[in-house]
Design a protein. Structure first.
Length: 452
């Protein structure tokens, strides 16, 4: 009996080795010739690099690598290659409009179903990838887990899109960001799924567990959406519960008091920079709390000069105080003025996102620091830096290429010529080539089945 078991094990090992060998033979090798390769961590660029990619991951990077016979060679020798970009705070599955809802998203939520909003999110994801955003933190207002479904669909290989870090519904105390009528609140449960009401320690724990069960990879708390927002103890509880499911916590903050409670609790990220004081910037820097400032530019289609000046001053101060900054937009709106002024063509969701560079430039932040916010800090805030982001061996091959040099001219990022996601070419010579991303079934099922 023992002998038989031994033979069986040996056979199994031989089989497994054979399967592994066959798989590695099947994994296509791609060699990218990069004219310049930026490392945003150091803020430097190396010239004439070769990036070898096996399947979905980077195998080797260097100046004189031998390119294996049969490798697909992609010549980006006239371009600058860099890691994919991160929008660390956006909302792909809600789009409130001037018509019919007068920008009042309470009505969007009433009028647009979760399936419709999920399809909008899928489109937005493709548009963001086209502009070089390979990672997106999608933090709330996504109907009934449309964000988690999009992550799943992209991960399974149904369609192209960025790596989505979904939060599920935002968790808040009574009312969330809404001011519903008594009848809608009490008899029609109007808060859910746009928000989860959680008013006690037990309810906070349950809400976080539910979000993680249904696909959240990060937790979003409404710290002070109402005067009866969360206490330091509430926030600490949320942080420890979220950690059990491997999630960091972002706090939506709109008052200075709320910001202070979030900082005192040691929250990982604060969303929206407007209520923060210079002293609080100092505290955030000392504690390493990320600022997802959502720094809206003043554009023909959005914003006003006064608000923009305040946003720029706040961003500048946060940068001077060395707060870890991410590039974040809070984009969740659309109007008919969102067109290219010269051509009259619609701006894509990617165009609207990269336009937030205007605020960073107005704040006088050097390109190298903007680039770090858009990459390294974004990967850290998304908590994926161990597997995605850096163009180094062992990491997923997510990378983009642009003409020009973003280290001296950050606007070079506005014209992304090449996008690779998970080792597959999504865009080449400035044109989307997404065919290989579409499948009639779940061709990628990590671990054999999809959990969270
Ligand atoms: Zn937001």
């Amino acid at each position: 009996m023992k002998k038989r078991t031994g033979m069986f094990c040996l056979l199994l090992v031989v089989l497994l080795v054979g399967v592994a060998a066959a798989q590695s033979q099947l994994a296509p090798i791609t060699a990218i010739k990069a004219g310049r390769l930026i490392d945003p961590e150091t803020g430097t660029a190396a010239t004439n690099q070769v990036i070898l990619i096996e399947g979905e991951k980077i195998k080797a990077v260097g100046p004189n690598l031998a390119i294996p016979a049969g490798a697909v060679v992609i010549d980006l020798s006239k371009l600058t290659v860099l890691p994919g970009l991160v929008d660390a705070h956006t909302h792909m599955a809600i789009t409130y409009k001037e018509q019919p809802e007068n920008n009042y998203y309470y009505l969007t939520y009433i009028m647009e179903s979760t399936p419709l909003r999920a399809i909008q999110a899928a489109s937005n994801g493709i548009q963001l990838l086209n502009s070089g955003f390979t990672v997106v933190r999608d933090v709330g207002n996504n109907a009934l887990y449309a964000d988690a479904a999009l992550r799943q669909a992209i991960e399974q290989g149904w369609l192209p899109g960025p790596t989505v870090i979904p939060s599920g519904p935002m968790i808040g105390s009574t009312g969330g960001q809404f001011w519903p009528t008594p009848e809608m609140y009490k008899y029609h449960n109007i808060m859910f799924p746009e928000y989860i009401d959680a008013n006690s320690p037990d309810e906070i724990v349950r809400a976080i567990r539910e979000n993680m069960l249904f696909g959240a990879r990060t937790i979003k708390l409404c710290i002070d959406c109402k005067p009866w927002g969360y206490s330091v103890e509430d926030i600490k509880l949320a942080i420890s519960e979220a950690a059990k499911g491997g999630c960091m916590v972002e706090g939506h903050v709109q008052t200075t008091d709320g910001a202070q409670r979030a900082i005192d609790a040691g929250i990982h990220m604060i969303a929206h920079g407007n209520a923060l004081t210079p002293e609080q910037h100092q505290q955030m820097a000392a504690k390493g709390i990320f600022l997802n400032g959502t720094d809206t530019p003043f554009m023909p289609y959005r914003g006003n000069e006064g608000a923009f000046k305040r946003t720029v001053a706040n961003l500048r101060d946060a940068w001077e105080k060395k707060v870890p900054l991410t590039f974040s937009t809070d984009l969740d709106y659309w109007n008919e003025r969102m067109k290219n002024e010269k051509t009259g063509e619609w701006l894509t969701r990617g165009d609207l996102t990269i336009a937030f560079l205007e605020t960073w430039k107005a704040a006088g932040i050097p390109p190298v620091d903007i680039l770090r916010a858009m990459t390294i800090n974004g990967y850290n805030a998304a908590d994926i830096i161990k597997e995605r982001g850096p163009i180094k061996p062992g990491f997923y091959a997510d990378l983009i290429a642009v003409a020009g040099d973003p280290l001296t001219d950050i606007d070079a990022l506005r014209n992304v010529q090449f996008v690779m996601k998970n080792g597959m070419v999504f865009k080449k010579d400035g044109v989307m080539t997404p065919e290989k991303f579409f499948h009639p079934g779940p061709v990628r099922t990590p671990s054999g089945r999809w959990t969270r």
